[in-house]
Design a protein around this ligand. Sequence first.
Ligand code: G6Q
Length: 561
Amino acid sequence: MRPARVILNAKSSLINTPAWVALQEHYNKTKKVHMLDLFEEDPQRFENFSIEFKSMLLDYSKNRVTKKTMKLLFDLAKQANVEEWRDRMFAGEKINTTEGRAVLHTALRNRSDKPIFVDDENVMPKVNAELEKARIFSEKVRSGQWIGYAGLPITDVVNIGIGGSDLGPNMVCRALSPYKHNNIRVHFVSNVDGSHIEQMLGKLRPETTLFIVASKTFTTQETITNANTAKNWFMSGTGRVTEDDISKHFVAVSTNAKKVAEFGIDPENMFEFWDWVGGRYSLWSTVGLASIIYVGMANFKKMLEGAHEMDAHFQEAPLEENIPVILAMLGVWYGNFYGAESSAVLPYDHYLRLLPAYLEQADMESNGKSVDREGLQTTYTTGKVIWGAEGINGQHAFYQLLHQGTRLIPTDFIASVQSHNEHEHHSDILASNFLAQTEALMRGRNIDETREQLKNSGVELHKAENRLPHMIFEGNQPSNSIVIKKLTPRALGRLIAMYEHKIFVQGIVWNLNSYDQWGVELGKNLAKNILEELDSGDDIHSHDSSTKGLLNWYRKYKKPS
Ligand code: G6Q
């Protein structure tokens, strides 16, 4: 018999705990509630279910919740000891138990004088020293003092990295592009598909390009392959191979000094971070070097300050007024009780267009787990599918399913009030659409309203009867509105930290370790074996018939005809 996949047959008992059972009973009684009725019953609903923090407003009144629901959700958070776990994380305890590591991305943005200890060492001096090193370096590049081998300043910065070493800094660069340096462009290469780097290199000149090889481990196949290709391109483009030339055009961000040196990058040009920074939480470290060069250290520090403000809010606000906690518990409500499978992030700000992709990783790699901290199988669903795109474009693409599909998909609408462009009229159109969508999703449109509307638009009702059912909107689709005054570095910092802490809270409620990612290992290991088989001429006997069939087909057509 095939060995069991889960070593212990024991299952988590979370769903039998008092707070969970109380929520289940409450759900059974209230599941049919329509938000429109809740708004009619409570004229103060917006005031009662919204919260302002600094220049940010969270309106969560368009959710299928009452005060009682929220109370029961906070009871569940308390039962899970969210506050205690939060304090343990901030204090540098090794809450990433499967890897034996602290979880301290918050130390990277600790703008207070408070020391933070890991293994009895205050990590703040080295965090600040690394930031200072990045400041000095970035200012040289930005001012044109950092000169390439041909005596020219840098015009293009290429970040070579993947996953956590790509998505965060890329998203930050796009989000803060109104603050960008006028003469420096920034590019990101992540995919090992040679087309990615080929396209990129085609636009660049070796004498004015700086490569940042960002890899925590410095062993990631995709990144090292791309970095080697870049190095070969540089060498063949310059006709030079001196160490000095390379050190002017290649720097690294890593925790692995030995591998960086083996690659040929001067350790002087290595920016360090530490094993207590998870890849997907690393944009606050020197993994953000590309963004530091692009927008300048002063702006980067403002982003850190914004995140630090959100950290303080998360640590100090009571659960009932705590933005990340509220968002997390709403997600638990829909995922675990309403059975929602996914959740959409819909930014109404062009500069936030990469936020959904960034949050896909942050959330799904953190909470896509089915075994709890004790190694027991969960009997409840955990991380939802996170997806999304720029809101206004989505309206013309996938919103149909949000409005009239069969699934419940809670949404986060994110909008900024003051834009970075001069086109006020555009901004008002954008805002009106954001507002209209959340209203439409909540209200829907009943049959009488639909008839009325048809009549008002001059349609003869008897001719439109068969169209009517298709024009009715059930409504009752939940949404959070997260509105910020302006997308500044500080506001961005708050926003990202808010989501990080939301993910943390959900992980605690589901009793998961949100900071490991064993799920990405298996495919990586199998790929190594398959790579050897692709290159060998031997007959393939291993694998299932599907993988073997695909492999052979690939090999057949790979051969030049
Ligand atoms: C993030 C993940 C993963 C990681 C990449 C790149 O939390 O661990 O996305 O960031 O696999 O890893 P390296 O930075 O080590 O190259």
